[in-house]
Design a protein around this ligand. Structure first.
Ligand SMILES: [Zn+2]
Length: 125
């Protein structure tokens, strides 16, 4: 049986028509393949020990490369540094206000990864 579909490819709109009928009369083949159970593979999240950052280079796990090793520490002025500088400036004069900027203990310790240099965390005094 030959079906002549009245479908004109030159027209933009397809002629509304029933989709080509599939032969549902034939019995389907028995499905030998049992449906595979869906196994949700959850990624094993290794809970790394928390990074305990201090004012000195500390052991920390890099959030970027995942390497746990000694961090590099850079000291940068924090809000406390500026406040302390302002306080010293008012009390002791402008010549002394740069002291907090030169004192590591008055500044935040910025830890970066010793492997890739990514930012790990900041220790605030
Ligand atoms: Zn890293």
């Amino acid at each position: 049986m030959e079906k002549n579909l009245p479908y004109d490819h030159h027209h933009q709109q397809p002629v509304p028509q029933a989709p080509p009928s599939y032969d549902n009369t034939q019995p389907g083949y028995p499905n030998l393949n049992q449906p595979q159970p869906v196994i949700l593979t959850q990624p094993q999240v290794m809970q790394a020990p928390p990074n305990v950052l201090g004012g000195v280079p500390s052991m920390a796990t890099c959030p970027s490369c995942g390497v746990r090793r000694q961090t590099k520490v850079e000291f940068e002025p924090s809000t406390k540094t500026h406040l302390l500088a302002l306080l010293i400036c008012m009390l002791g004069g402008i010549c002394c206000c740069c002291i907090p900027y030169c004192t590591d203990s008055c500044q935040s310790a910025k830890h970066t990864c010793g492997s890739c240099g990514a930012y790990v965390g900041t220790y605030k005094n």
